[in-house]
Design a protein around this ligand. Structure first.
Ligand code: AHG
Ligand code: MN
Ligand code: MN
Length: 323
């Protein structure tokens, strides 16, 4: 059987050539990130051997390496006007005549690097018709306006998952040819689930509604929900969301009383919005306790947000505990 390539898929979707160039460019960069990750600790060893700086300043952490790879590659694309990254303080101008803005989390779950566990790159593509210098205000668009979004999961195989607003497609990297091949385009999150994903060690710091919701899941068959739930937590949103796209479930990263001024841990424009675009395209839901995440008007590129996503009915149930 012949699997379609990413370019075949985008052509078949009638994706505009300029948007294709952005998605194909991100895919190419991710292959280089996956090579850097595969070197693991050796990247540091090799870097140190060749480094001239006695301060060791060339031994960049992999999330900085990933950020620089994406930033440099996007800057070469005429369709990209600017970018915003979790690792950059301010927005970065690329090609002023470009039409697209890209926001990204270069390496999600980077604490997993030290234990050789899963990490990923998450990205979102917005459009802009602004002229002149690139400004942060152009980026401050609700997630509903994304032109495309996706992630690359660097796991036992590298997988690229994207949506251009017409369903969700999963591609697997063939390491022999360095190409992403379409392996699933029928992604659907079942409305109900018996699996949830949350960092349980923080339970006592959540708001009372979230504490009660999770306690009632934990109470299982004998509790008010009347069924047993399973739990999974990879500590990389990209891997937890991938599992939910593959087999369903609910994921949450709630507000936490230890940082009451901070809305949540996850970032709206680098994590919640792109994942939300995929989740909604797969028939799931993504909410804060107050409303749908894709409807939030951002006021800051680095804004954080509490996240509840996944199986539509379970997300609605969780949100209802907060009303
Ligand atoms: P990042 O590595 O980009 O900072 O993101 C990590 C995030 C997210 O991916 C994950 O769900 C969460 O942090 C893990 O948090 P805990 O440390 O509480 O498990
Ligand atoms: Mn992240
Ligand atoms: Mn990150």
């Amino acid at each position: 059987m012949k699997y379609p390539s990413l370019a075949d898929y985008l052509n078949q979707q009638n994706t505009a050539a300029d948007l294709q160039s952005v998605l194909l460019g991100l895919a190419d960069t991710s292959i280089n990130i996956s090579k850097a990750l595969a070197k693991g600790a050796l990247a540091g060893v090799l870097g140190a051997a060749g480094a001239e700086n006695v301060q060791g300043e060339d031994q960049k952490k992999l999330d900085v390496i990933a950020n620089d790879l994406i930033k440099n590659d996007l800057a070469t694309l005429s369709a990209v006007r600017g970018l915003a990254s979790e690792e950059e303080t301010a927005v970065v101008a690329c090609n002023l005549d470009g039409k697209f803005l890209v926001t990204f989390d270069p390496l999600d779950g980077s604490s997993n690097i030290d234990i050789n566990s899963m990490v990923g790159t998450i990205f979102s593509v917005l459009s802009s018709d602004a002229d002149g210098p690139v400004t942060e205000s152009e980026f401050l668009q609700a997630g509903r306006h994304q032109k495309a979004a996706g992630y690359v999961l660097y796991g036992p195989s590298a997988m690229l998952v994207i949506s251009t607003g017409n369903g969700v497609a999963m591609f697997t990297l063939d390491p022999d040819t360095g190409t992403y091949l379409l392996t699933d385009d029928q992604i659907n999150i079942p409305k109900e689930t018996a699996e949830f994903s949350v960092n349980m060690s923080n339970q006592r710091h959540w708001d009372p509604a979230m504490q009660r919701y999770i306690s009632e899941l934990m109470a299982g068959k004998e509790g008010p929900r009347g069924k047993n739930y399973n739990m999974r937590w990879v500590a990389a949103m990209v891997a937890d969301v991938h599992r939910i796209l593959c087999r369903g479930g609910l994921f949450t990263y709630p507000w936490d009383a230890r940082k009451p001024e901070q809305a949540g841990k996850l970032r709206l424009m680098y994590e919640a919005n792109p994942m939300g675009f995929l989740v909604e395209q797969a028939g799931g839901e993504i909410w804060t306790p107050e409303g749908k995440i894709l409807d939030i008007q951002p006021d800051n590129i680095h804004q954080r947000v509490p996240v509840i996503l996944g199986a539509a009915e379970e997300v609605n149930t969780c949100v209802s505990y907060h009303n």
